[in-house]
Every structure is written in C-alpha cells, then in structure tokens.
Ligand binder design. Structure first.
Ligand SMILES: C[S@@+](CC[C@H](N)C(=O)[O-])C[C@H]1O[C@@H](n2cnc3c(N)ncnc32)[C@H](O)[C@@H]1O
Ligand SMILES: [Zn+2]
Length: 264
C-alpha cells in the first residue's frame, strides 16, 4: 500500500479529472468518486471491463517466468541508463512491472499502468517502489498534467498526446519497439506474427519529434521452457498455445528517447 501512497499525488480521477487522495484503502477525489485498493495491492481505475487484447493470466505467467530468467536484462540495463535521473516514472502497458522495477533509480517511485487485471496484480508485487493501476492507454492515463519525469512504453500501445500531457517540462518518453530481426528464428519456424518493416519510423512520426535511437541486439539461448514462454507471452498466444524447442534467438530492439522540450 505504501507504494500507492507515494504516487497518489500524481493521480487524477478517471471520471472528473480532479486530484485523487489515498484514504485508508480507497482513492477518492473531491467529488467522492472512489476506487478501492484490491487485496493484491493494485487499484482499478478503468471503470469498465478490460478489452479483449488485455494480457490474460496465462500470458502474464509466461512473461513473468521469461523475464525473471533474465533474458532481456540488456534491454532493462539500457532503459535504466535512459532514466537515470528520473524521480517519477510511469510505465504504460507495464505488464508484470519487470522493466520498471529493473530500470527505476533507487530513490525514484514508479507507477505501472496496464489494461490487464492479471498484469496489474503481478506488477503490484514487482517492487516496493512501484505502485500498480489498471488503466487504458488509449482512454487516457489517470495521471495529472506535467507530473512525470519519464514515461516508459515497452512493446506496448502508445498514446503520444497522453504521454506528452503527463510529462513535466524536461521530462522524457522512452519507447522500446522490436525491429524486423527480433525473434526472427522463432518467427520463421513457428509462424509468429510479423513485425512492421518501419515500426520505429512510425513511432517517430506519431510523436512529431526526432528521438535519440539506441539499438540493442544480441543472440541468446532459450531452453525449451523459455522458448515456449516467449511465444506464449506475446500476441501470438491469442492464436493458440504451442510447444517450442530450445533454440538460439536474436533479440533486436530499438530504444527511442523523446525529450520534447529540448527538441521543441
Ligand atoms: C507485449 S506486452 C508488454 C508488457 C511489458 N511492457 C513487457 O514488455 O514485459 C503488452 C502489454 O500492453 C498491455 N496493453 C494492451 N493494450 C493496452 C492498453 N490499451 N492500455 C494499457 N495497456 C495495454 C497488455 O495487457 C500487455 O501487458
Ligand atoms: Zn472524480
């Protein structure tokens, strides 16, 4: 509960956009719209059922196992460098909260937001410095204007206008997107969904400013468990479970850092 207390002042009511305050185990705005903290420590600020593309409990469990095994540690380390001076950090589409917990500077506080309830449940225990809410990036973030030092978005839906709204002057948005070579070995063998050719360029034009781009690419060995999990944790999971053998895979992502007030 203390992580939520630490970030309550960043939040805004999803109904009337006024401020929220934590009162015992309930977030309340001055108009008395109220949102109870769930037993598992997250708060649902969605106000409706989760959409169909929200990660399922099985996908979150696979993602949890995979990320806990450390295969994506180089991406997390690169993110940590990108937000080394941030004190208030949101991750939109945070999933299990692994990236936020790993990248957050030691004295900073983090808010994991995801439209999936199983993800929010998991993120609520990712780290004592990380609070967790259920929220839809498309519908608008339940965060006050000009509040955050950094917004992270890793393999998740982006809403540039919202990310920029919640950013304080001098803040940054850090987006991770897969490149076409990402998991190419698995894509070829298991018919996984493709990656758009010009994904990074599309993200750039959506934000309307030029980012700093860092490419992180490496080869890693996945045992059968990890290979099965990496398929089960992604959008491919919606197309049916499958067993995947041990394999070497290419990790190939771009980290785009937008500093809007510097680039104008
Ligand atoms: C591919 S996962 C990435 C999760 C995490 N960032 C990671 O890399 O481990 C995409 C995440 O975005 C979430 N998501 C999908 N649509 C969303 C939306 N409209 N608003 C917030 N989260 C959303 C899913 O529930 C899922 O947790
Ligand atoms: Zn309200």
């Amino acid at each position: 509960m203390s992580a939520l207390g630490d970030v309550a002042g960043w939040l805004r009511c999803p109904v009337c956009s006024d401020s929220l305050a934590l009162d015992d185990a309930t977030l309340r705005c001055p108009a008395l719209h109220s949102f109870d903290v769930a037993r598992q420590g997250y708060v649902n600020l969605l106000g409706r059922a989760a959409p169909k593309n929200a990660d399922t409990a099985e996908m979150v469990a696979a993602r949890d196992r995979f990320l806990s095994a450390g295969h994506y540690a180089p991406i997390m380390a690169a993110l940590a460098e990108r937000i080394a001076n941030a004190e208030r950090v949101l991750e939109a589409g945070a999933g299990t909260g692994h990236y936020l917990a790993a990248a957050l500077p030691s004295t900073a506080r983090g808010l994991a937001a995801d439209v999936s309830v199983p993800a929010a449940r998991r993120a609520a225990r990712a780290d004592p410095r990380v609070a967790s809410v259920v929220a839809d990036t498309w519908a608008g973030l339940p965060v006050r204007d000009a509040t955050l030092d950094a917004v992270l978005c890793v393999f998740a839906p982006r809403n540039p206008a919202e990310f920029l709204r919640v950013l304080r002057p001098g803040g940054r948005v850090v987006v991770v997107v897969p490149n076409t070579g990402h998991l190419a070995e698995l894509r070829a063998e298991h018919g996984l969904l493709g990656i758009e050719e010009d994904k990074a360029e599309r993200v750039e034009s959506a934000f309307g400013s030029a980012p700093d781009v860092e490419r992180v690419t490496f080869l890693t060995h996945l045992d059968e468990r990890a290979a099965t999990d990496i398929v089960a944790m992604g959008p491919n999971a919606f197309h049916g479970a499958r067993d995947v053998g041990a394999t070497n895979v290419t990790i190939d992502v771009s980290i785009l850092t937008f500093c809007p007030t510097l680039t104008g």
